[in-house]
Write a protein that binds this ligand. Structure first.
Ligand code: AMP
Ligand code: TRP
Length: 329
């Protein structure tokens, strides 16, 4: 059994992009690997968060993990801040990270662009992410395409540590879906679908009611022409919608093309909306049950206990390797 770790920030509603890029693979991997899935609240505070909203969103995202199909008897689900060892290893790895490496991170460049002042946490965020992964010696990290660069840095840091202090960390690999690794905005297929977009018509959240989903999809931008064909270079908007269709229906891209041959975009969009609704409706029903039962707190407690067992052992080993003086009786 390999080890799997991933995290999602509680910085807003989760979108169908998070579901396709990450959550669906969390659900898949839990059957064969030891999994650690966390809500990364320590990452969320790298940009300002309103305390009450952060608390609510954290619980909501944890409940969405379970509603999306993560089985807490198979996978460990927890809050990053409930396992303080992450912050401790994060600091140690920060000291092994070069400024130049962090300056090259495209997520940092995007998030800091045009800002008058940028928090230092946003800058060192990739070192904390590396700690999240290495602390479990994870083999696989299910993420969307935008996290690839952070994964490369994680591997570099693991190698650097191993070289300086002796072989210890596993080099993790990203686990990225072939289609749907980057779901784009419904209004503009040149931009990633993001929960922080100012235009709510550009994203579908996992908690959008069916009629809102139908409306957003009917208004989604389409390419000129009328052929439903997967061709990201020439038909970026339709290809993006086809990626969503494939993940929500289980059909292949070729099957989708064949189904709508000669029919134009209208019927395609209508049925796409129904496939998305069919995925979201049961998920939302489970979500409401989990939120009203309060069971999530017990799940998070158990998840953090198991996570801390592994994480604390790693931090103790790393301290010993780096030359920290251990406390003695
Ligand atoms: P975030 O919402 O930035 O914390 O992202 C959580 C996970 O969802 C990461 O693995 C991202 O790569 C993935 N993700 C976020 N947005 C998208 C998207 N539009 N398409 C595919 N994956 C995404
Ligand atoms: N940086 C990731 C994002 O923005 C979230 C994250 C934090 C993460 N720690 C992680 C993802 C560890 C995978 C593994 O989406």
């Amino acid at each position: 059994m390999g080890k799997v770790l991933s995290g999602i920030q509680p910085s807003g509603q989760l979108t169908i992009g998070n579901y396709i890029g990450a959550l669906q693979n969390f659900v898949k991997l839990q059957h064969t690997e030891e999994c650690f899935f966390m809500v990364v609240d320590m990452h969320a505070i790298t940009v300002p968060q309103e305390p009450a909203a952060l608390r609510e969103q954290s619980e909501a995202v944890a409940a969405l993990f379970i509603a999306a199909g993560i089985d807490p008897s198979k996978a460990n689900v927890f809050m990053q801040s409930h396992v303080p060892a992450h912050a401790e290893l994060g600091w140690m790895l920060t000291t092994l990270t070069n400024m130049g490496e962090l300056e090259r991170m495209t997520q940092f460049k995007d998030k800091s662009a045009g800002k008058e002042s940028v928090g230092a946490g946003l800058f060192v965020y990739p070192s904390l992410m590396a700690a999240d992964i290495l602390i479990y010696n994870a083999d696989l990290v299910p993420v969307g395409d935008d996290q690839k660069q952070h994964l490369e840095l994680t591997r570099d840091l693991a190698q650097r540590f191993n070289h300086r202090f002796g072989d210890y960390f596993t080099l993790p690999k990203p686990y990225i879906p072939e289609v749907g690794a980057r779901i784009m905005g419904l209004d503009d297929a040149s931009k990633k679908m993001s929960k922080s977009s100012s235009n709510p018509g550009s994203f579908i959240t996992l908690l959008d009611p069916p009629d809102v989903v139908r409306k957003k999809i009917s208004r989604a931008t389409t390419d000129s022409g009328r052929e439903v064909k997967f061709d990201p270079a020439n038909k970026p908007e339709i290809s993006n919608l086809m990626g969503i269709y494939a993940h929500c229906s289980g059909l292949t891209l070729a099957e989708i093309e064949a189904r709508y041959e000669g029919q134009g975009y209208g019927p395609f969009k209508k049925e796409l909306a129904e496939h998305v609704v069919a995925v979201l409706e049961p998920l939302q029903a489970r979500y409401n049950e989990i939120r009203s039962s309060g069971e999530i707190h017990q799940i998070l407690k158990r998840g953090a206990e198991r996570a801390a067992e592994v994480a604390n052992k790693t931090v103790a080993d790393v301290k010993e390797k780096m030359g920290f003086l251990a406390p003695r009786a």
